[in-house]
Write a protein that binds this ligand. Structure first.
Ligand SMILES: [Zn+2]
Ligand SMILES: [Zn+2]
Length: 173
């Protein structure tokens, strides 16, 4: 859905939209949407900027950082975003951009594509580190066994040979 300046100049736009799994392009991100994404938003013009406010919710699945098992994460995100016209960039570069403005995004002349706004917000809401559970034991670095499922024989050796290493406490037993 393209939000155009022409329409925004007439009235604000209220959006209530559902994007099913697979409908949005997350540009190679390491997760996939596994449930509907529901968006409620209002777009309006504030000066030359498009302001998008609202809320989105969905469910994504990604791999645990330690054991690579699937982790399902609910994503709930409040939006309050400002998009500046692309043609402003050239002028903007001559002005020293204030620190709090570094996050300002831009929209092309034809308008703001809502699907891009939504997929970007989901990407930004993903946690930096994902673990399937706080005490996930991860994969054995030596043999690759998933230590949540079964202990492996080399884990003992590994911790013994690295007994003096500063990382030994991180390797578990
Ligand atoms: Zn895990
Ligand atoms: Zn092992």
């Amino acid at each position: 859905m393209l939000i155009t300046l022409e329409e925004l100049q007439l009235h604000r736009i209220s959006v209530s939209k559902t994007y099913p799994a697979g409908a949005l392009d997350y540009r190679g991100a390491e997760f996939r949407q596994v449930g509907d994404l529901k968006l409620e938003a209002v777009a309006e013009l504030v000066g030359v900027e498009i302001r998008v406010r609202g809320h989105l919710g969905t469910v994504v699945e990604c791999a645990c950082d330690r054991c690579l098992g699937a982790v399902v994460i609910p994503v709930e995100s409040d939006l309050d975003l400002f998009y500046r016209p692309m043609r402003e960039i050239a002028r903007e570069e001559e002005i020293e951009i204030a620190e709090d403005e570094l996050e300002v995004a831009f929209y092309p002349e034809e308008g703001l594509e809502l699907a891009d706004v939504v997929s970007e917000q989901v990407i930004l809401s993903m946690p930096m580190k994902v673990v399937c559970r706080p005490d996930c034991r991860g994969l054995c670095p030596a043999c690759g066994t998933n230590r949540n499922l079964e202990p492996c024989n080399c884990s003992k050796q590994t911790s013994e040979t690295r007994g003096s290493s500063p990382f030994s406490s991180l390797l578990g037993s």
